[in-house]
Ligand binder design. Structure first.
Ligand code: SF4
Length: 123
C-alpha cells in the first residue's frame, strides 16, 4: 500500500488530496477533497490525466498577428506535443468568429481546435 499526494486544480480552493493505492496501484481511497469533483479529478489524474490546451495560431488580415485558440475538450496530457505541432502548422485569415473550428478532430482525438475570440478583418 502507498500514498500519493496532489493538489486538486479543478477550482481555486486547491484542496490537498491524498490517494491510497494498493500493491497493484488500484485506488483504495481518496481523501482531502472538499467536494466530489476532487475525487473524480484524483482518479482521472492517476489513470488518464487530461488537460485543456490553449495556444495561438498565425492569422492574416487582422489587427493582431496571432489568434488565441483552445481545445474544445480535454485531451490526454501525453498528446500535448503532438497537438502543439499541428497547431504550429496552421495559418488562418480574418475574419474569424469565436468558437469557429480551426482544426477539426486534431490528431484523431475527437477534439477540435477552436478560436477563443473573434477577430475582424482589419483592412
Ligand atoms: S475538491 Fe472541490 S473544492 Fe477542492 S479544489 Fe477540487 S473542485 Fe475545488
Amino acid at each position: 500500500m502507498r500514498k500519493v499526494e496532489m493538489t486538486c486544480i479543478v477550482c481555486p480552493i486547491s484542496c490537498h488530496l491524498e490517494i491510497t493505492l494498493d500493491e497493484d496501484d488500484n485506488i483504495i481511497e481518496v481523501t482531502g477533497h472538499t467536494c466530489p469533483r476532487g475525487d473524480v479529478y484524483a482518479r482521472k489524474e492517476l489513470t488518464n490525466p487530461t488537460r485543456m490546451l490553449t495556444s495561438t495560431v498565425r492569422i492574416g488580415g487582422a489587427m493582431y498577428d496571432r489568434l488565441p485558440v483552445i481545445t474544445s475538450a480535454d485531451i490526454p496530457k501525453g498528446k500535448m506535443f503532438d497537438v502543439m505541432k499541428e497547431i504550429a502548422k496552421i495559418s488562418v485569415e480574418a475574419p474569424i468568429t469565436n468558437n469557429q473550428v480551426i482544426i477539426e478532430n486534431v490528431c484523431d482525438l475527437g477534439v477540435d481546435i477552436v478560436a477563443s475570440r473573434t477577430m475582424e478583418r482589419s483592412n
